[in-house]
Write a protein that binds this ligand. Structure first.
Ligand code: GLN
Length: 190
C-alpha cells in the first residue's frame, strides 16, 4: 500500500513520519503524475487558501478530483478538511466538494486560537483521542450522507466521513496516537 501526502504547503512532513512509523510507504505529492500508484491521499493542515491555490497552479487539481471520483480515499486534516468541503468562506478557489459539509474558517475565535481536548470517537474504540486544534475550522452544516465520527462537548462536529472521504478539524499527526491514521489506512485497504 502506498499513501500520498499532498506536499504543497503545511505539515505534510508530520503525516509522512506517522505513516512511515506505521510501516507504510508514503510519498510526497507535488505535481501531476505523483499520484500514479498511490492508493490513498492525505491533505495536511496549513493554510487552505494557499494549498487550494497551489493545487490549481500545480495542475494537480483535476487529477485529485478524477482519482477521488474513481474511489481513491482522501483524508483532510484541518486545512485539508476545508479543501474537501462543499462550501467554505474566504477561499480563493472553490473547495473540492467531496464531503457535504459547510465550513466557517478560523471560527473558534482569537482567544481560543489553539486548544486541546479529549474526544470520544466511538468508531476508534477504547480511550479518548487527544485532539489538537490550531486555528481550526468549524463545521456549520452537515449533509445527510455524512457520518459524524466525533463532536465537541457542545455538539460541534469535528470529525466526519462520507464514503471514502474523511475530514478532521484537528491534527492527529501532531500526537503520538496513530489510531486516526490506522483508521484511514483501513478505508484504503477495503
Ligand atoms: N486556519 C487555517 C485555514 O483556514 C487552517 C489551520 C490548520 O490547518 N491548522 O486554512
Amino acid at each position: 500500500m502506498r499513501i500520498g501526502v499532498l506536499a504543497l504547503q503545511g505539515d505534510f512532513a508530520e503525516h509522512i513520519e506517522v505513516l512511515r512509523k506505521l510501516g507504510v510507504e508514503a510519498v510526497e505529492v507535488r505535481k501531476p503524475g505523483d499520484l500514479a500508484g498511490v492508493d490513498g491521499l492525505i491533505i495536511p493542515g496549513g493554510e487552505s487558501t494557499t494549498i487550494g491555490r497551489l493545487l490549481s497552479l500545480s495542475g494537480l487539481r483535476p487529477e485529485v478530483t478524477g482519482r477521488a471520483l474513481e474511489g481513491m480515499p482522501i483524508w483532510g486534516t484541518c486545512a485539508g478538511m476545508i479543501l474537501l468541503s462543499r462550501e467554505a468562506d474566504r477561499l480563493l478557489e472553490p473547495p473540492l466538494g467531496l464531503i457535504d459539509i459547510k465550513i466557517e474558517r478560523n471560527a473558534f475565535g482569537r482567544q481560543v486560537d489553539s486548544f486541546e481536548v479529549d474526544l470520544e470517537v466511538p468508531k476508534l474504540g477504547g480511550r479518548p483521542v487527544r485532539a489538537v486544534f490550531i486555528r481550526a475550522p468549524v463545521i456549520r452544516e452537515v449533509g445527510p450522507a455524512v457520518e459524524v465520527l466525533a463532536r465537541l462537548p457542545d455538539g460541534t462536529p469535528v470529525a466526519v466521513e462520507q464514503g471514502k472521504f474523511l475530514g478532521t478539524a484537528f491534527h492527529p499527526e501532531l500526537t503520538d496516537d496513530t489510531r486516526f491514521h490506522e483508521y484511514f489506512l483501513s478505508l484504503v485497504k477495503n
